[in-house]
Design a protein around this ligand. Structure first.
Ligand SMILES: NC(=O)c1ccc[n+]([C@@H]2O[C@H](COP(=O)([O-])OP(=O)(O)OC[C@H]3O[C@@H](n4cnc5c(N)ncnc54)[C@H](OP(=O)(O)O)[C@@H]3O)[C@@H](O)[C@H]2O)c1
Length: 276
């Protein structure tokens, strides 16, 4: 990625996380530019990261201006704006540039059709822990992207976490595990906080216990060579207190519920893909 000019078109939560990751990884601010819808966001990003920014509020050609001369174009706008954004840049984009989109549901073939054949397209599915440098991103190549361009995309997302290379027909499934996964974890945290408060702890106490337990457990899981089941067994003495609780999860058929829940997320991803 060295010496590459990078344009982030749509630097919001996800585009902004990757922007932060790039700067933290030592990418020169002069090699990055970003576009946004509003002038206020553009100004805030320029002040925070000392990068050049362009907003649609200031100029209708902001995306074309930001993309001029860029070797890598990260598309960080909402899915409904991706094709419009590609149409805005297709006449000014550099020959041989690499377009990497993080938009859910927009296929590489739809993007290739919009932008034409002078660039390569890669589709990515990051997750929100990218904001703190602990993301997981799945990347899939479009029909003209080379292995070395996949290597560049991998490096890009490694600035904010880990990367998994998958075939595009697996991207929706990946999004139901690592893409939506943080929501499942936060959902568990939320419910455990309610249980703690029902036991008489204050919100502040529940908050401390739950956040620290999730952080500690996730850190242990990441550092340990044991499987999640083995780590769980270490906490669960036969017929002890923990087992009474996990038996309740088993009675509620938690595994079946996870399979159904991720299946429902996958069905919705396929439905969204058909609408766009
Ligand atoms: N958030 C996630 O968990 C997540 C995970 C995986 C993938 N994604 C994908 O990431 C993409 C962005 O999601 P997000 O959550 O980051 O949304 P977001 O925070 O709303 O960011 C969108 C950004 O795009 C800018 N923008 C809007 N219209 C634009 C246009 N026409 N041209 C250039 N910039 C424009 C917005 O500018 P202003 O700030 O000025 O409004 C904002 O900075 C989506 O396609 C989503 O599918 C998100």
């Amino acid at each position: 990625m060295e010496n590459k000019q990078i344009a982030i078109l749509g630097a919001g939560s996800m585009g902004g996380a990757i922007l932060s990751g790039l700067i933290a990884a030592g990418t020169a601010a002069e090699s990055i530019r970003a576009s946004t819808a509003t002038a206020a966001t553009a100004k805030a990003l320029a002040t925070k990261f000392s990068i050049s920014t362009f907003s649609l509020e200031d100029s209708a050609s902001a995306n074309a201006e930001a993309s001029k001369g860029a070797d890598i174009l990260l598309i960080g706008v909402k899915p409904g704006k991706v094709i419009e954004t590609l149409n805005q840049i297709k006449d000014t984009v550099k020959d041989g540039a690499l377009v990497v989109s993080v938009a859910a549901g927009i296929t590489t073939s739809a993007m290739e059709e919009a932008i034409g054949s002078k660039v390569s397209v890669i589709r990515a599915m990051p997750n929100t822990p990218s904001i703190v440098g602990h993301g997981v991103t799945g990347i899939a190549k479009g029909k003209s992207a080379s292995d070395s361009e996949m290597g560049i995309a991998k490096q890009l997302f490694e600035t904010v976490g880990q990367v998994l290379i998958v075939d595009e027909d697996k991207i929706n499934a990946l999004s139901t595990i690592s893409g939506s996964g943080p929501a499942y974890v936060f959902y568990f945290a939320e419910k455990l906080m309610v249980a703690a408060q029902k036991m008489g702890f204050s919100e502040q106490e529940a908050n401390l216990m739950v956040r620290a337990t999730f952080l500690g457990s996730a850190t242990l899981l990441a550092a340990s060579e044991h499987t999640p089941k083995e780590l769980r067994d270490q906490v669960t003495s036969p017929n002890g207190t923990t087992m009474q609780a996990t038996n309740k999860f088993d009675e509620a058929q938690l595994e079946k519920l996870f399979i159904e829940a991720t299946g429902a997320a996958l069905a919705r991803a396929i439905e969204i893909g058909k609408q766009t």
